[in-house]
Design a protein around this ligand. Sequence first.
Ligand code: NAD
Length: 320
Amino acid sequence: MRWLVTGGAGFIGSHVVDRLVEQGDKVVVLDDLSSGRREFLAHHLDAGRISLEIVDLTDYDATLPHFAGVDRVVHLAANPDIRLGTRVTDTDLRHGTIATYNVLESMRQHGVNDIAFASSSVVYGEGAPLPTPEDHGPCIPISLYGASKAAGEGLIGAYVGTFGFRAWIFRFANIIGGRGTHGVIFDFIHKLVATPERLEVLGDGRQEKSYMLVEDCADAMLHVMGHSNAPMTLINLGTEDTCSVRRIGEIVIEVMGLNARMDYTGGDRGWAGDIPKARLAIERLRSTGFEPTCQSEQAVRTTAALLLEEIVGSRSGTQD
Ligand code: NAD
């Protein structure tokens, strides 16, 4: 099987590529390296097991040729920073909606029908019942990032309905783990390295979301793709519990061996467009026979230790 993974040099993408290589499949990665890193794939590139093409998916002509001979697409490329949309308002339109259209149209031109798509819990918007089941609606996102995910889902539905595509849409909770380059744990470690006695926390710390380890996320995606052959599979990926931002701060401080005080900026959310409470129903995932290996708090603790090693290790490496 020959896979094309967009955003495959990114955090989640590089773990998906690890799994595909492990199962002996061929992989082409398309990535513009805007937030992805070549080093996340170096172990496969150096061994000649995959190819990496540096392509900006907002450029249709540059994107199109790479889909020749591909069997399946995992479309993960997107702007990962929800907050960026509050300042640069066409970011998610370009790197989310238009890039997704370019991927789908390139697939159609080359007769590639199967796509897995990284959507997000933020498509449910605010006020959804918790835990939120896949059939909750209407979905009205409140961030430009969320709007681009909803648009991506809509475009994929259109290609399924009109051109006979087969799609797996994954609505991710917060995915965390090694090689993370953004998110609350990453931010807290950086802040504490700069000021070990004080941790600034955005909001009141009561925001509560569920967290899933990136290895579980990659395994779940491939498991579900092997399990369901329906024209359109829509499925939440997450864990059944939540962890508050205050608790994450406590865990990161503890893992770093510090005694920092936490200062809250106040308000019920970290930034405009943030959804303060999110928990996904995962019965549909479970019904496929998949069970996450750990819940939110353990995932946070594991990630804090891994990222601390990566961040502090790379700093001491730079200084040598
Ligand atoms: P990431 O930034 O590590 O990965 C995104 C990748 O896409 C990067 O390698 C980046 O270089 C690439 N990219 C961005 N714009 C591109 C473009 N125009 N052309 C080519 N490549 C481009 O982020 P991630 O956390 O690994 O996220 C992967 C996917 O999962 C994204 O679609 C994201 O929206 C989605 N998602 C992530 C989470 C999470 O908690 N990490 C939650 C919900 C959804």
